[in-house]
Design a protein around this ligand. Sequence first.
Ligand code: IPD
Ligand code: CA
Length: 262
Amino acid sequence: MDAEQWEQIAVDIAREAGALARRRRAEGVAVAATKSSLADIVTEADREVEQLIRDRLAEARPDDGFLGEESDPRVGTSGVTWVVDPIDGTVNYAYGIPHYAVSIAAVTGEPVPGAWEAQAAAVYSPVIDELFHARRGGGAWLGERRLEVSRVTDAGALLATGFGYDPATHDGDLARVRRMMVLARDLRRGGAAALDLAYVAAGRLDGYFERGLKPWDHAAGALLVTEAGGVVGGRPGGAPGPEMTVAAGAALFARMQDLLDE
Ligand code: IPD
Ligand code: CA
């Protein structure tokens, strides 16, 4: 089986999972538990949607591994691992803000950012019914439209960022925002990292940076960006991950990396 088929599996399951998330949201959402901090929440829907994705993948790809936000990882035997965020943008979801997404990626190699090679990806925003998808070497697409990252003009870059759930990191995050603003025409904080990356791929954002991301936050979105001609990394020379994730077209990416630290 090749990346084209993995992409189709990701797309089909993301659509079904997104429809379930949307239905559950319409029925009403309750916070089920807190995780790393009081601000870091999980709803019953996050768990149910992840279980649906797990079940579908187990049927379609029984030998593959699984790495998801809400359940235990599984090591596979095929060399393929599915990296899944059932609902990226959980706080938006809980507040009734429609900016959230299902994120599914198939990666090969060790299932660790920097060591893995992303092969296929789907990011589905169910409320506005937008399906971003990509496969290695096959381009990034929004439905039938091929995506390309933007080229920044003299007006400056439309940047996006995020702030993790740990209040102890906010001062550092805000200091970084201050430094980055020299590049910016404006700044967005959408609340869903997978969509931030998908929007960079689509040219809706010029650049994105955030500290503290988990593998499932960026696995699918990063492939969208690179297949749209952009660059994704961490600190200079590093892979995207908890320390830092930066995504943009090549020229802006280099300027953003220069401004990460004082
Ligand atoms: C979060 C979102 C948010 C980002 C956080 C992530 P979750 O994912 O992507 O935009 O700032 O770092 O943890 O918790 O909604 O799946
Ligand atoms: Ca999530």
